[in-house]
Design a protein around this ligand. Sequence first.
Ligand code: GAP
Length: 453
Amino acid sequence: MTDVVTMEKIVSLCKRRGFIFPSSEIYGGVGSTYDYGHYGVLLKTNVKGEWWRAMLQDRDDVVALDSAIIQHPRVWEASGHLAGFTDPLVDCRTCKQRFRADHLDQLPCGQKPSKHAGEGPDCDLTEARDFNLMFETTVGPVKESGATVYLRPETAQGIFINFKNVLQFSRRKPPFGIAQIGKSFRNEITPGNFVFRTREFEQMEMEFFVPPAESQRWFEHWLAERERWYVELGIRPDHLRLRAHDADELSHYSSGTSDVEYLFPIGWSELEGIANRGDFDLSRHAEHANEKLEYVDTATRERYVPHVIEPAAGADRATLAFLVDAYDEEQVEGETRTLLRLHPKLAPVKVAVMPLVRKDGQPEVAREIYADLRKRMQAEYDEGGSIGKRYRRQDEIGTPWGVTVDHQTLEDRTVTLRDRDTLEQVRVPIDGLGDELERRLRAPWTTPKLAAA
Ligand code: GAP
């Protein structure tokens, strides 16, 4: 089966159905900044919820943290971000645009977009220079005398500087992890591809502290776990791969990194990085803060600086991958049906309740059913427009089930239950509808796109 999805179709559906749209539009927009609408918030919340579930509920060796965005500026000195969190930047003296020097072959020339930057006849690029990606601001009421601080470029450092707190208060010993979800900020030179690369984004990061001798084993454990997470949430395995970084790609802190990559319409691209950070971060903070950041085994008196395995994912990038993987079009009775075949656990709305017509007591019964179902799952009541139009709308936001109340409902208290993927409609009693939907929600699910492939 050929994949019909393109980035343009995703951007257009997201805007049309209120998932994600350009920010500050009434002022003409700010480049590559996006706002999430109702369904986008529900979808991304479900993605983050599934990540928390995998970290906290499905295992007992990870604890949660929510650290501050603005931290002591020395955090970034110790972490190496002040000195080394840079991308190579070049200016074009002709078109006055700035480009990432290592992305020139992917970026259009400012004057001749059919050519790559640097390739046009009049391109006049400067030498590359290092551009630090951290956003700076000032803490304190007077800009001149206030202290310069940075918006965090990753959530990870908030975890390392809390290592001692967590060790003490959660009474953990390695191997154990600290997980965090939160906003990070990077002044990317060339953001783009919708929410794939933006300057403000959410990360889902977990730092797993292990005895040094066990680091390779845990690195492999987390590679497998994180790949499995995407597959269990419906991503097609043939659109997912692990790719080990070459030595020249490794970040300053890493002795080994593999990316989970997804086959986006723009090609294979990083979804998540899994790194072996060794003892780099704890040792650097120990040195800079003059604190002991180590583990002492009370029984053996053995002391060591734990090594860290870090699965670092992006909530927006994962949301984009789930949207892309779910997008589908099919011909039904001569018309194109556009739908999101999202895993039911991720779908923003699980069930839509609709009266067939807006009379004969049908809306009243439908509202009763809706009131009952919404106590158990995200449900929506929809009575506007023709039933076909309402189904199309629910298909486009990925609602897995539709419940329709019709004239027969008034006679025998049964409704039709429509399945988004198969279009199968079955008659089921109103009593037990909630249980049936919860059963379906818990059942394993694989995308029908796989069967069709
Ligand atoms: N603590 C390690 C770290 O931050 P990273 O590979 O730079 O590693 C982890 O970032 C994840 O965060 C990426 O795999 C990606 O999903 C997400 N991410 C990074 N930069 C991003 C950006 N500019 N826009 C959207 N997501 C981004």
